[in-house]
Design a protein around this ligand. Sequence first.
Ligand code: ADP
Length: 300
Amino acid sequence: MNDPLVKNGEELLTTGTAAEGEITSAPETALDPGATPEETPIISLRKVSKTYNAGTAKEVKVLKGINLDIYPGEVVVLVGPSGCGKSTLLRSMNLIAPPDTGSITFKGKTWSNSQIDFFDFKARKAEAQALAQWRMSMGMVFQSFNLFPHKTVLQNAMIGPLRARNINRDQAERLARAGLKKVGMDQKADFFPSALSGGQKQRVAIARALAMEPDVMLFDEATSALDPELRIDILEEMKQLAAEGMTMIVVTHELAFAREVGSRVIFMESGQIAEDGPAKETIDNPTHPRFIEFLRALHH
Ligand code: ADP
């Protein structure tokens, strides 16, 4: 069965049907003596694999045993040829497209793909809540803005907090306005999306994610649909978020951004991590032959 592709913002905010997996509280990772809390990963992936259309002629193994630790405050730029699995990796992390096998630990909770008894309603309810909490803490911004056309900018930004958090309208509005202010869109709160430029729509999409007060922000080619000048605008916004210490995982072809703002770059190839290192150094001196080839192609 295919995972539901995210077609609009609403799907992002639902807890889904019966959760395809189980979230358990993991014991806090013991720190090495002398280690700082920053050295505990905020996200850990272990042997994460995902196949679409398994067992059919259309079978694609998209993720092949990914192991990855992301640390608080890192700005990880994910690059690689189209179809190598970057987007699926992001969507696996926030469990929009849960992996088939492997585990993901996020903020001390571990998800793994074990089926919950369909008739155990208590367990299913707890699981749905844990899933909602997980997704809320990992804000995601897509290439397409996915704003609701019939709702104002403010209403769009309020949907997330209202649905996923146990708060009232006033509190949701406060969070939404704070998110909009952060991306310079507070003056447009009462506008409808049709009155906004692509760049402004993307700012609202960022504000909508920020209104959930996430710990991590995932950007999936967030600037690809924009004209060059608007692209720079959104990259500046992302740079600002990075400077404030937000943990970010960014899928992009913008190498200048990766070098300047990224703390780390990961080159993916055919569902695996082929190269992983400090952004500037690794982009300037790549070692994996396919990464060298990829960078050369981007420069031309
Ligand atoms: P990237 O982001 O690196 O371009 P994706 O993660 O989007 O790669 O896609 C990786 C592969 O998985 C591609 O071959 C793509 O066609 C396939 N794929 C992605 N999503 C689905 C889906 N929902 N159903 C079937 N195949 C999919």
